[in-house]
Design a protein around this ligand. Sequence first.
Ligand code: AMP
Length: 213
Amino acid sequence: MSQPRLTLALSKGRLLEDSEPLLAKLGLAPAEGLDDRLLRLPSRDPDVQLLVIRPADVPTYVEYGAADFGIVGKDVLMEHGGEALYEPLDLGYGRCRLMVAAPRNRAPLPAFHRPRVATKYPEVARRHFAAQGEQVEIIKLYGSMELAPLVGLADCIVDLVDTGNTLRANGLEEIETIAQISARLVVNKAAMKMKHQAIRAWLDRFRAELGHA
Ligand code: AMP
């Protein structure tokens, strides 16, 4: 059998679940279903193979051409820095907000105290507070950001918020929205030139499925 011409990188976890209906409609569902141990697997289309990898790695695989295109959250793209990739399509699902949040009943910070910000998105947080001229100390965490203010590790957090239930359950409130987040289709810049027809055809199919003109 011929080798697939294209490789699509998918973000393992929540976004993969959200992507499944669209992939199924496009004929790009995993040919034999998903298997946690399989990192590279055929799709139902013989021309496209799938990589199922950590969300934060998707931009890197696509940037270096190890995948021709990928599906990734805007939050991950913002943290990675998106200049090295094309981002032709907002897929419209996986919607949430990237927010600054802090304890509801917080005491005013002492003068000259540099607020500590706990986040999985240090670059986004750094840029956000720098743009406001605010000096902060960024503390990188890998999960459960909501815990950090409760135990005195941080004064506020930068994290994804969907329903707001997790914030409320932990006595936190929304302070500011940094960005509206959704899933994006990203494309390797060289592949866009070298495999133009094949990529173009897939972009058209994605657009048609999403109801874009
Ligand atoms: P919620 O309680 O619905 O506001 O969800 C907030 C929790 O879910 C936080 O711990 C977030 O990090 C996580 N979360 C919310 N939306 C997303 C998303 N689209 N992708 C990944 N994690 C998310």
